[in-house]
Design a protein around this ligand. Structure first.
Ligand SMILES: CC(=O)N[C@H]1[C@@H](OP(=O)(O)OP(=O)(O)OC[C@H]2O[C@@H](n3ccc(=O)[nH]c3=O)[C@H](O)[C@@H]2O)O[C@H](CO)[C@@H](O)[C@@H]1O
Ligand SMILES: C=C(OP(=O)(O)O)C(=O)O
Length: 417
């Protein structure tokens, strides 16, 4: 069934092992189209989005073996440049097939991508970037066809808006274009650094990833190689919230504290004790009720929009009033209606959430609408009074490996029904 039954009033305490990053693993998987040599990618998270990505690559002719979170990919037999639309529309990351397929075959045709329904999510900057490098783009009946009429040439490209997706699309095409491309006002997310590191392992010449200016010197060909995907910073942040809302303590292992600076700063403001090591983060709420915090989402290194719903939950049971401003996606408050049903004192105005903390949330039958909202509602169920039912749980499976199992190990009681 597509439902979870969650017993509330739980304290979540203990150790959790963080999985590989969904948003780094997905583009890296699609970048394998750029080479004909063998690739090994480790720390692959077990997620439905990853399953779809593997199916997409296989549908093009790639041979893939999955053993203990390592994918062994042989892209040499990829011979199709138009992946099936029914798979493309399942995930947002499928847009990252366009550029590598274009560079490999000189032509690519893909359906518009899917992903969380958190805004209109245009792809104009991806397409404009490819056009600036010289590709021809035609959009017709929800399909995008990209063609190389004459060899793509490196260029200075200024992104009008900071976009993770467009930065990756342009960076991957520029890897095999002639000459030097500069992406200015580039996104700086750790996932972009990981994609650049992977491409460089294959022989690309990319510098500056992680800053707002990325330099790509085109090379003729990419080879094979090995790569380990970075830890999932959003999964890490979500588990830290699990401990904070239940006045508990947690140690997140196999993570990268440096990727969570803005999130940890906000968690410290709640009154949580935080300590970090090389690859772990400890949060101890010391039985205290958290203090509410104001949040403004922004591109990295700003506060991540993918942690906004979880912090709204935190604020809803914290001491005091707070404001959350969502600056990245225009429709990312769908979960708030469900928290209000549970007793949260939340008011939404334009892109702001005004919240006054309450002592308790109360169980209800809830409906999740997207990935981060489903994780948020599951956490809300863990601390609410009574038994909560969360519907549409296919959403969390897109981005959280074994989420109920990991939470149950921390003291939750979540069952599939
Ligand atoms: C699979 C993946 O990695 N998804 C992440 C990626 O999404 P995604 O790559 O879709 O997000 P972007 O950074 O591209 O989007 C940022 C903003 O730019 C706008 N925009 C984007 C592209 C474009 O061509 N035109 C345009 O206007 C978007 O509508 C949004 O308002 O980054 C987001 C922002 O950190 C995260 O929330 C998502 O989890
Ligand atoms: C919005 C997200 O994912 P996607 O871009 O894949 O829809 C997310 O990971 O929170």
């Amino acid at each position: 069934m597509n439902k979870l039954n969650i017993e509330g009033n739980k304290k979540l305490n203990g150790n959790v092992l963080i999985s590989g990053s969904k948003n780094a693993a997905l583009p890296i998987l699609f970048m394998t189209i750029l080479t004909k040599e063998k690739i090994e990618i480790s720390n692959i998270p077990k997620l439905t989005d990853i399953k779809v990505a593997i199916k997409l690559l296989k549908s093009l002719g790639a041979k893939i073996v999955n053993k203990k979170k390592i994918l062994y990919i042989d892209p040499s037999k990829i011979n199709i440049s138009s992946p099936p639309y029914n798979l493309i529309q399942k995930i947002r990351a499928s847009i990252w097939m366009l550029s590598p397929l274009l560079m490999r075959f000189g032509k690519a045709k893909i359906f518009f991508p899917g992903g969380c329904k958190i805004g209109c999510r245009p792809i104009d900057l991806h397409l404009k970037g490819l056009e600036e490098l010289g590709a021809q783009i035609i959009q017709e009946n929800n399909y995008i066809t990209a063609s190389i009429i004459k060899p793509l040439k490196g260029k200075y490209i200024y992104l009008e808006k900071i976009s993770v997706g467009a930065t990756i699309t342009i960076m991957s095409a520029a890897t095999l274009a002639e000459g030097i491309t500069i992406i200015d006002n580039a996104a700086q997310e750790p996932e972009i650094v990981d994609v650049a590191k992977f491409l460089n392992t294959l022989g690309a010449n990319i510098t500056g990833a992680g800053s707002n200016k990325i330099y790509i010197k085109g090379v003729l060909k990419l080879r094979g190689g090995r790569h380990k995907v970075i830890p999932d910073r959003i999964e890490t942040g979500t588990f830290l919230i699990a401990a904070a809302i239940s006045k508990g303590f947690i140690i997140c292992n196999n993570t990268e504290p440096k990727h969570l600076t803005s999130v940890l700063k906000k968690l410290s403001e709640t009154g949580a004790y935080i300590k970090t090591g090389k690859n772990w983060i400890k949060l101890d709420m010391q039985e205290k009720i958290p203090k509410a915090v104001n949040i403004t989402t922004a591109p990295y290194p700003g506060f991540p929009t993918d942690m906004q719903p979880q912090f709204a939950l935190l604020n809803s049971i914290s001491k005091g009033k707070s404001i959350i401003i969502e600056n990245i996606f225009e429709n990312r408050f769908a979960y708030a209606k469900e928290l209000i049903k549970m007793g949260a004192k939340i008011k939404i105005k334009n892109n702001c959430i005004f919240c006054k903390g309450v002592k308790n949330l109360f169980s209800k039958t809830l409906f999740s609408t997207d990935l981060r909202s489903s994780a948020t509602l599951i956490l809300a169920g863990c601390i609410a009074k009574g038994i909560t039912v969360v519907n549409n749980i296919h959403h969390f499976k897109r981005g959280y490996e074994s989420f109920p199992k990991k939470l149950n190990k921390l003291g939750a009681n979540i069952q599939n029904i």
